[in-house]
Design a protein around this ligand. Structure first.
Ligand SMILES: [Mg+2]
Length: 486
């Protein structure tokens, strides 16, 4: 007798099992053989009570049910199955003698999904079985899709309700671990050199925040980063990818690994790393699909968190540390350098663009000489306001020296900075300054540098190139913007 465990599953529908319930051994075996021949996992069951027991212990995908059986009849079994919410969705095909149409009517009324007449014609049997398995698969798929969408929606909502990256990362790893039932789910951000990375969240240890790891020990992450594709390791003890690190995996409490790249602006900035110890190694298509959706949410969250943290930090410092310039209200030079260090580090690590504008008021000394310093200071404040009106909320405007300003533009390329710089230049030159002393025309010169860019590999380079460009703008006649070549 073939057991359910040993019988082959229907291709494309792993685990689809069919119960063949019939009290006549020959009739039962004919049906089982016909199904097994086509690759279905058919399990013979001799009577009603045994059928109910098998359904309860291991629900099949489909039941072929003989009506006429001693003891518990097929119709009684059917009523029990269709009356129980746990089993009512399992399709049942009634099998009965041609000369008992009344039984069929009763059976269909009791909720049977279909019927076959004895002796069973094999081709009709297969056609019916396939049709009902397909319907069952679709229903199951529909239910799962609905659950998946709900889970993704929930993650997406949770992520958008907080702006703190540490919380966002925590939510992502936590929910993902629950969906895939992972042994461990971590979010890993790739370092700027590609041989180090940082575990920024791990679902089993909320204290993990910025754990530095060497990617030499993680060939699966290296591969996901290099190929910009997900990497599945079904069995860590057998996969050749892990050969170089296998000796360290000896007692690893997990079996399979899934690495999903988090891609932002065409760069792999991190990975979602899942390890499982499921009884069945590997991951289902459904798990992979939903994790991919989550990786996309992570990418969006990463970008937003970056923006909002910049703002949050700016606000905090404004209030608590008074890192602003007293005269103009712009940030002071010290704060500018601190943010520049942070933004540059981030830009290099995540491959984000970062631009810097240096600008200086043209011929300001004659204004001071003619109207006095009080008027000069007022005009300086006015210039600051005009600049502030032309930059974005995420930009950082600082007074760099006497009448010199610096602007840091996170997530902005050199081209974007030129557009913004020209906007500032036009806004200043068309503004009537010093209303109380008669309109004073002011012009400014600007120098732009950007990372990544030629000869720019450090914070100092970024500043030096912007400064060079500003001096070139002065030399070439002022009231203009010069950008460093890419
Ligand atoms: Mg019978």
């Amino acid at each position: 007798m073939a057991s359910a465990q040993n019988a082959p599953s229907r291709p494309g529908s792993p685990g689809s099992r069919i119960l063949v319930v019939d009290d006549e051994p020959v009739a039962r075996q004919i049906v089982v053989d016909a199904l097994a021949e086509r690759g279905f996992a058919a399990e013979p069951v001799p009577d009603g009570p045994a059928a109910l027991e098998r359904v309860a212990s291991d629900p099949p995908a489909l039941i072929l049910l003989d009506i006429l059986m001693p003891g518990l009849s097929g119709l009684e079994v059917l009523r029990k199955l269709k009356g129980d919410p746990k089993t009512q969705s399992i399709p049942v095909i009634l099998v009965t003698a041609r000369d008992r149409p009344a039984d069929l009517v009763e059976g269909l009324e009791a909720g049977a999904d279909d019927y076959l007449a004895k002796p069973v014609d094999p081709s009709e049997l297969l056609a019916r079985v396939r049709a009902h398995l397909r319907t069952g698969d679709l229903l199951t798929q529909f239910e799962k899709d609905r659950e998946d969408m709900a889970a993704v929606l929930e993650i997406s909502r949770a992520v958008s309700s907080t702006l703190k990256s540490s919380e966002i990362f925590g939510i992502l790893v936590d929910r993902t671990a629950r969906i895939v039932q992972a042994y461990r789910c971590s979010l890993v951000l790739i370092g700027d050199t590609h041989d180090t990375a940082y575990v920024v969240a791990s679902h089993d240890d909320p204290s993990v925040r910025n754990l530095k790891i060497s990617l030499r020990k993680y060939p699966e992450i290296r591969m996901a980063v290099a190929q910009r594709q997900l990497v599945v390791v079904d069995n860590i003890q057998e996969d050749p990818l892990l050969a170089e690190v296998r000796e360290h995996l000896g007692g690893a409490p997990f079996v399979s690994i899934l690495v999903l790249p988090i891609i932002l602006r065409e760069n792999v900035v991190g990975t979602l790393l899942l390890r499982t110890s499921h009884l069945t190694p590997g991951f289902t298509e459904r798990e992979i699909r939903i994790c991919q959706l989550i990786a996309d949410i992570a990418a969006a969250a990463l970008q937003n968190a970056h923006f909002f943290e910049s703002l949050e930090l700016a606000n905090v410092n404004l209030e608590r540390l008074a890192l602003v310039d007293d005269l103009t209200g712009a940030f002071n030079r010290r704060f500018f350098f601190r943010r520049l260090e942070e933004e540059f580090h981030r830009a290099r690590r995540y491959k984000f663009p970062l631009a810097c504008i240096f600008l200086d008021i043209d011929r300001f000394k004659p204004v001071n000489d003619r109207y006095g310093h009080l008027v000069g200071d007022r005009i300086l404040r006015e210039v600051t306001e005009v600049i502030r009106g032309s930059i974005r909320r995420t930009d950082i405007l600082a007074r760099y020296g006497g009448e010199e300003f610096a602007i840091l533009l996170p997530m902005t390329s050199g081209e974007g900075a030129v557009v913004e710089g020209e906007r500032i230049r036009q806004a200043v030159r068309t503004h009537a300054f010093g209303a109380d002393v008669g309109p004073v025309q002011i012009t400014i010169s600007l120098g732009v540098s950007a990372f990544p860019g030629a000869r720019i590999s450090s914070v100092e380079d970024l500043i030096a190139r912007a400064d060079d460009a500003l001096y070139q703008a002065k030399r070439e006649g002022r009231d203009r913007l010069i950008t460093t070549p890419d």
